[in-house]
Design a protein around this ligand. Structure first.
Ligand code: IMP
Ligand code: MG
Length: 431
């Protein structure tokens, strides 16, 4: 029996979906514990490409159960669309296969309307959210007026909450943002119907997870976004509204931190970021465009081009610290093939000329820092067929070793292509 948590060590889109899919082999339960359909996990199985926003990536496996924890915010319409798509591809999602926490909060139409209205009003200072209503939903949760999955099953409760919330949100939407009001009756009827469809899927997820553990089975926790988008630890306010750090499996899924055995940190071999906010190693030149093109760095949720840059080990090292990462999984290493020289950021130079290896809380200060690079040799050989470290060119192995050394964490997995088989496992976290 083991619990493994997978987290993104950068700003999301590290390639977590593929790794989750891979490690699902060894787990009986796969759990999401934060975020919502702002995430987009892409996996390639054989010739087929799957993108999930809400359903855990483990859903493609037989004999496993997927769980959506209370820390996740759920857009029922998106959830039902994903279930429908899987059904159409011959993989029906029954209520024994997908479990949804009765305490998870529901993204309502007014959340999405507010998310979009606020971003629009911010103009050039926009956070660059995915526009899915994630932030406003977590706001209502903290304000203690949120609608939870259980409320969709209790008509009177739902009606009262929808009426009160829509009234207040309409005030903001029309008076402050000069937009259109929403209709409470319409929302109530629509969401009551979602509750009816999802009724059998809703349950006490912590209790169910503890049964899995009591049976001596493994659980995999699938983080969304990345540590530097964490609302507490990230580049605030350019962050998401949840805590992608590993510790939130406790608050977001109801499994205590003492039950966690390993935390696998996913590290893309370079860095990307979507939306606004500081990004010290960003490349706004041909190399950046080359990485975006070769790595197909376009958002799987919004289709936006991702900002690209060199690997920043200040960022990853801090994630190792914050999330208690016990092993690194380096992904998309194959994308770097063909570059003559690689740069790896080891620290920042402050405007005063000091060398630091931490991330200042002040965004002004962080923005004024210059990345300090080490230059390394690249490789030209195709590495997508490698199945062990010894199949990799010398320069590639040196790059990997240096990442592990600079981040102060051992290397567990290397991914050299989108396929399941394009993976070198040095240490399986469930072993
Ligand atoms: P929100 O989560 O939609 O509120 O967006 C807040 C910030 O997090 C924006 O910069 C988004 O681009 C970013 N973000 C949210 N989810 C993801 C993700 O799954 N991958 C990468 N960036 C994300
Ligand atoms: Mg993504």
């Amino acid at each position: 029996m083991a619990c493994v948590v997978i987290v993104g060590s950068q700003w999301g889109d590290e390639g977590k979906g593929k790794v989750v899919d891979l490690l699902t082999e060894d787990a009986r339960g796969i759990v999401r514990f934060q975020g919502g359909n702002n995430a987009g996990h892409t996996l390639v199985v054989g010739e087929e490409k799957f993108i999930f926003h809400l359903i855990p990536s483990g859903i493609l496996h037989q004999g496993k159960a997927c769980y959506i924890g209370n820390g996740v915010v759920i857009d029922p319409q998106v959830l039902l669309q994903e279930m429908e798509k899987l059904d159409q591809r011959g993989m029906p999602v029954g209520s024994e296969k997908l479990r949804i926490s009765d305490r998870a909060h529901v993204i309502m139409p007014y959340h999405q309307a507010l998310d979009l209205a606020r971003e629009k009003a911010k103009g050039k200072d926009a956070i660059g959210t995915t526009g899915r209503g994630i932030g406003p939903c977590y706001e209502d949760k903290a304000a203690r007026v949120g609608v939870r999955m259980i409320d969709l099953l209790e008509p009177e409760v739902l009606k009262a909450k929808v009426e009160a919330n829509t009234k207040e949100k309409n005030f903001w939407l029309t008076q402050y943002y000069k937009g259109e009001p929403l209709d409470a009756g319409h929302i109530y009827r629509e969401y009551l119907e979602y509750g009816n469809i999802l009724r059998d899927y809703v349950g006490d997820v912590p209790a169910e997870l503890h049964e899995v553990l009591a049976d001596g089975e493994n659980i995999l926790f699938e983080g969304a976004q990345g540590i530097h988008l964490d609302i507490d630890h990230g580049t605030y306010p350019y962050v998401t509204s949840s805590n992608p750090v590993s510790g939130s499996v406790s608050s977001g899924a109801g499994v205590g931190i003492t039950r966690i055995d390993e935390v696998l940190g996913i590290v893309k071999a370079y860095t990307t970021r979507v939306g606004g906010g500081p990004f010290p190693t960003e490349l706004e030149d041909d190399t950046g465009a080359w990485l975006r093109d070769k790595g197909q760095e376009f958002g799987s949720t919004t289709g936006r081009p991702r900002r690209c840059g060199w690997l920043d080990t200040v960022v990853v090292r801090r994630s190792v610290m914050l999330a208690g990462i016990t092993g690194l999984c380096v992904t998309k290493l194959d994308v770097l093939t063909g570059l003559k020289k690689l740069k790896i950021c080891t620290g920042y130079r402050t405007p005063e000329g000091d060398l630091i290896d931490t991330i200042p809380a002040s965004l002004e200060r962080l923005g004024a820092c210059q990345p300090v690079y080490e230059e390394m040799a690249g490789w030209q050989e195709d590495i997508t067929g490698a199945r062990s470290l010894s199949d990799l060119p010398e320069a590639c192995r040196v790059y990997l070793d240096h990442i592990a050394e600079l981040c102060g964490c051992r290397l567990s997995i290397v991914s050299i292509g989108p396929g399941r088989e394009q993976t070198i496992v040095l240490h399986n976290p469930f072993a």
